[in-house]
Design a protein around this ligand. Sequence first.
Ligand SMILES: Cc1cc2nc3c(=O)[nH]c(=O)nc-3n(C[C@H](O)[C@H](O)[C@H](O)COP(=O)(O)OP(=O)(O)OC[C@H]3O[C@@H](n4cnc5c(N)ncnc54)[C@H](O)[C@@H]3O)c2cc1C
Length: 371
Amino acid sequence: MSRWDVVIVGGGIVGTASALWLSRAGFKVLLLERWALGCGATAEGMGHIMAAVDSPDLAQLTAYSQSLWKELQPSMPADCEWRSTGTFWAALDSDEMTVAESLSKEYENLGLPAEIWSGSEARQHEPILGERIAGGLHAPDDAVIYTTNACRWLADMAVKEGAEIRFAEVSFVAKNLVGLKGGEQMTADHVVVCAGARSPDLIENLMVEPRRGHLVITDRVSTPVHRQIIELGYLRKSHGMEGSSVALNVQPRATGQLLIGSSREFQGWSREIDHKTVSEMMKLTINYMPELARVSAMRIWTGFRPSVPDGKPIIGEHSSGVWVNAGHEGLGITNAVGSASILTSLMTEKRPQITAKAFDAGRLIHGRSKG
Ligand SMILES: Cc1cc2nc3c(=O)[nH]c(=O)nc-3n(C[C@H](O)[C@H](O)[C@H](O)COP(=O)(O)OP(=O)(O)OC[C@H]3O[C@@H](n4cnc5c(N)ncnc54)[C@H](O)[C@@H]3O)c2cc1C
């Protein structure tokens, strides 16, 4: 039986980032992925690296993660398509402008730049925005990456630091033990479950569930879009746990296409496209950007965010020797690196760079909820 310091289950962006950080800390790491690197939620999402400033714990984690991505960015290969697009939070009326003002204070508290734009300033910067836009908030520090290439790159770096990657499906984890489908077993000082929304397959009582989202990729658009454009109601809708919601979220791709999102719904693992939801998403988009009434959709798909009831990821030791880094919902691309750093600090018994208590692995377990 082979023995490792750490065996990580799951080769999405969270697993590969964790492999890199733990290898750099000197652990002998094995990463196990059942299908292909980045093939889960990592491939299905948008790749917006954003500060989520409205929730104090997530604000700290996203801002910290953003700073780590920025440190990595100069050595990132071109195919990761890092672009410092910034985000424009669009307001439709004076009430939403008030929300923009209060959000700008949250950015200021975090030491992040943000500025209020009037409707005409917004249209000057983003001519695709229609006359209904009252203004909004520009957050220049946010960025966009190509998720699957970033995931592969993190894995490549982890391998350079001594990590090993194997393609095999894990059937169970236990203290110091990982069992593969087919019967092989391996031992490890630490086992880390980074299986995204599939994590409860391995840790039965873990409160993570798939939260489906629809995305549309368009044909190339004639008016260039420079920033990620999101409606101001997005943060409330994404943190809320109500049944389903649709919020405007438009991302310019390097190809000149637009990625249009997004929806949130609990539908188990059904990949089926709900055309009513897509139609709502498109109506909302046209409300903000009327010329997109004429754009063609090239492809529509659904993906599954790993969702946790209190909206915060689970980062830490779940039971003796069994660790979790999962449940990142719609912020897992952003938070992959910050959570990897926290996990590594906890495993090496060092104080994490930011307070990690809110992400404690014991807080949300069926039958032993700590509130
Ligand atoms: C529509 C949509 C839009 C999004 N937009 C953004 C965004 O703009 N910005 C952002 O930060 N985040 C975004 N996200 C969220 C982000 O994609 C996820 O939070 C993130 O990808 C989660 O990564 P992960 O590595 O935890 O999970 P995954 O990427 O799902 O990886 C888990 C891996 O574990 C493997 N696995 C599972 N079970 C086993 C097993 N038994 N044995 C071996 N391997 C196993 C899977 O094959 C998979 O590769 C979005 C998500 C969606 C769906």
